[in-house]
Every structure is written in structure tokens, then in C-alpha cells.
Design a protein around this ligand. Sequence first.
Ligand code: NDP
Length: 331
Amino acid sequence: MTFNALVVTKDEDSGKTSAAVEQISLDDLPGGDVTVAVEYSGLNYKDGLCIGPGGGLVRSYPHVPGIDFAGTVEASDDDRYKPGDKVILTGWRVGEAHWGGYAQKARVKADWLVPLPDALDTRRAMAVGTAGLTAMLAIMALEDHGLTPGADPVLVTGAAGGVGSIAVAVLAQLGYKVAAVTGRPETGDYLRDLGASQIVPREDLTEITKKALEAEQWAGCVDAVAGPMLGRVLKQMKYGSSVAAIGLAGGAPIEGALITPFILRGVNLLGIDSVMQPYARRVEAWRRIALHLPMDKLEAMVQPATLGDLPELGRDILKGRVKGRVVVDVN
Ligand code: NDP
């Protein structure tokens, strides 16, 4: 029996990769103790890299990308899962070093899965996806460091992207004032509908200044961008507040920041990794998502897609052109 998968191949002479929908079989799948009939997958920045140039993430070719998926267990050698169980996979280098969710079937380790929360279906789980899980982990880290709703806004950078959109919606639902940074003014209404009370143009925060500190503005920050923007944001954080650093859409270094915000204002920089999160923390984050993410707002973020759309969408997400969350129906 064969089934559809998005297969990326590499031309050894030119080094160029290309992606196309092909037929593969169960025997082609990598080792693992649970085989899942995939229903939906997502599209994340890393997927753009793995569908396209690889970005140093893909270990060998041919490769099936897709860093997250949700579906139904078809076969399991592990006591924790049985056929018919609904599951979610994120992280553990699936879709990078291990074949991923851009196929009608996937085989993975049971340790990498979590059960689908009752309040979600597999499509909604992938509307949330790795991006939403990461947004929730960032909010949980800010809460662990003392963030509570108050008069001052929480800043979300890269707000119209996947992580940013879900961070905005969850923070607003939890009662926070949300300031959303975007480089796309046309997404203002979308961000306001998700719950942002203030839109901050990207260019307000990208100039590198010589000032060691600026006026204190933000009670917390979920930062998907890094680069010069994170350098500026650190100088504007309220005394004792925290920034959850989740991504580097604007560049890998933190540019223009001195140590001053840390030692004069006690600002914390919290690193957020979704890939190797322990099981209990992943389950807790999914429980919180099911509880706090309004489903009408989630639906407003969704752009549906099929496996055949992915080569183009992969290029789009690398250029920062995707709004909200792409949900891939692999069937
Ligand atoms: P998206 O592409 O959906 O969103 C990124 C957003 O960042 C864009 O929509 C854009 O928002 C903004 N942006 C893009 N380029 C620039 C730039 N040059 N300068 C300033 N802002 C920019 O990606 P995701 O939300 O899926 O991921 C965001 C980041 O988080 C990526 O770097 C990704 O690798 C990382 N990530 C990390 C995870 C972890 O475990 N730590 C997990 C998931 C993602 P706008 O148009 O509103 O300005």
C-alpha cells in the first residue's frame, strides 16, 4: 500500500533541493514504536527551511519534512498508545533529522507524542501547532517569573506570524493589555481582532540607538524576532520584568544591547525551546492552550493548505509573508 508524502530530494552536483508530492510506503518510513495516520500538519519557519534549502537542519535526503502533526494511532508497540488514540507530535527534530508530518503516515517514538486534549480536534491542534505551543511555553515562563495582568502592556514581536498571533490571542484572553509589533501595517485589524490594544510599527524598534536605557514601557515580552529589535526592547522593559526569547526571525544576535537593562533594571531574558520540552510541560502547555485560546480567534488565523501547496508556502514563510497559521490537510 502506498500513500502521499512531500519528498525533498537533493541534486548532489548542484546542491539544489526540490520538493514534490510522491507515493511512498510503510517500509520507507523510519524506525519508531508508534505509526500514526496523519490528519493535519502545520507550517513553521523551520518547515520553510526543510522544504527548501535545508538550513543545516536536514540530515539526509530524500527527506519528508513537517515538524509537527496530529492524527490517529494506527499501530503501537508502546503501552501508552493504542490504535484509535488521537495524538499530537511536536519537536524532537522530527521533520528535520527524522521524517515528519508532510505524509499521510508517520512513524515516531512514543516519547515524542502527547495525547490530544479533549477540547481540541486534530485540525485545531495543528492550527495551534509548534508555533502555538511555543507561544504558550513563553507565556508560562513569563508567568513563572511573576507576570500578572496589569496596567502596562505586554509586547509581542513578529505579531502577525504564527507564534506572535497565538501569543496575542492567549495574552488578551488572559486579561493582559497587548502591544503587537508588526512590519505589515495591513495586519492591524487582524491583530486588533485577536486582542491587541496597541499596534507598534516594526520600524519604531529596529534602529540601533546608543542609549543604555530608554523609558520603561513593557510589563513583559514574547519576542520572535531577536536582532536589533530585541536590543531595543530590552532597554524599554519595566523594572524586574522578563522577555521570553523564542525566535530569530529578524536576525540571530541581540544587536545594540548593553548589559545595563540586566544589572540596573533586573530585566530577565528567558530562553524558550519547544523541541526538547519534557512530557509534563508539553501536556501542561496543551492543557492551557485548550483552556485559554478562543477557538473563534484561532479560526481567524487559519489558512488551509494541501501537500501540493507546500513548496510555495515554504518560500513564503521564509520571506515573512505568511499571516497566522497554515494548516495542511495531508489527505
Ligand atoms: P512566522 O514566519 O510565522 O513569523 C515570524 C514573524 O516575524 C513574521 O510574520 C514577521 O511578523 C516577523 N519578521 C519576519 N522577518 C522580520 C525581520 N527581518 N525583522 C523583524 N520582524 C520580522 O514564524 P513563526 O512565528 O512560526 O516563528 C517565529 C520564530 O520563532 C522563527 O525564528 C522560528 O524559527 C522561531 N521558533 C522557535 C521555536 C522554539 O522552540 N524556540 C518554535 C517555533 C518557532 P510581522 O509581519 O508581524 O512583522
